[in-house]
Design a protein around this ligand. Sequence first.
Ligand code: PAF
Length: 284
Amino acid sequence: MKVVRTRGECAQARAELGLGTTVGFVPTMGYLHEGHLSLVRRAKTECAAAVASIFVNPTQFGPTEDLSTYPRDLDGDLAVLEQAGCDVAWLPEVADIYPPGFSTFVDVEGVTAVLEGARRPGHFRGVATVVAILLNVVRPTRAYFGQKDAQQTVVLRRMIEDLALGVDMVVAPTVREPDGLAMSSRNSYLDPAQRAAAVVLHRALQATRTAYAGGERDADRLRTAMTEVIAGEPLAEPDYVSVADPDSLAELATIDPARGALLSLAVRFGRTRLIDNVVLPPSR
Ligand code: PAF
C-alpha cells in the first residue's frame, strides 16, 4: 500500500494507477472500524484499485464540537487499510487541503437546512467542501459512503449531481455491533454504562420499523414510538427524532408506502452525541 501526503503526491499516485483504471475511493476521518473497512473491501471488489483518505476535517466541526479530541490511531489505521486491500492511503495535513489563501466553499442548499444541518451549522458546508476537494484530487470512478450518515449521503449525492463531478456514489449498509449499536468512531467516547445504554437508538428504530410493518403510517405516532423507547433509557437525552421523506428530508405527516421514509434520530449520552437511521424502502 502506498502512503501519500500532499495533493500533488496523491494526484501522482492516482496517475500511476492508470487513467483507465477503475478506482474506488473511501474518504474517512480515521480511527477506522469495520464500517470503514467494509467500504474499502467493497471498493476493492468492485474496482481495480482502492484509495482511502484519512483526514480529520476541521471545517466540518463547530466551535464547541470535538475536533481536538476526535480519536486518532494512524498506525492502527494504516495496518487495517493494508489488510483490507487498500492500494493508496492519502493522509493530508490541514495545509494540504486548505492552503493559505483558500477561500472556496461548497454550500448545498435545502437538504442541509434540517436534521443534522439545523443543529450543526456549517457542518455540511465543511463536508461538501472537503469531499469536493478529495474527489477532484483522487478522481475515482466510485466513491463509497456509509448509510449511517444518512443526511451526508443525501447532501453529497446532490453535490455530485449538481456539480457534475462524474463519480458514482455507492452507499453501503450501516455496520452494527452484535447488540445493534451502529459502529462509529465516537462510540469510543462512551463509558461502559453509556455504551450499554446506547443500544437504545437501535431499539427505538426497530420498534418504529415494526410499527410501520404492522400498518402504522401516521408519522407523528411513529415519532412518538421512537421517543417513548428513548425515554425508557435514563442515560439517553434525545436531540431529535425524525420521520422524513428520503430525498427531500422534509418531515412527513403520513408515510406514502410508494415513497418510503427515512427514520432517523440523534441522542446524547453525557457529552457524546450519536446518530442512527433506518430506511423504510418504497413498496411496489
Ligand atoms: O463521514 C465522514 O467520515 C466524513 O464526514 C467525511 C465524508 C470523510 C468528510 O470529512
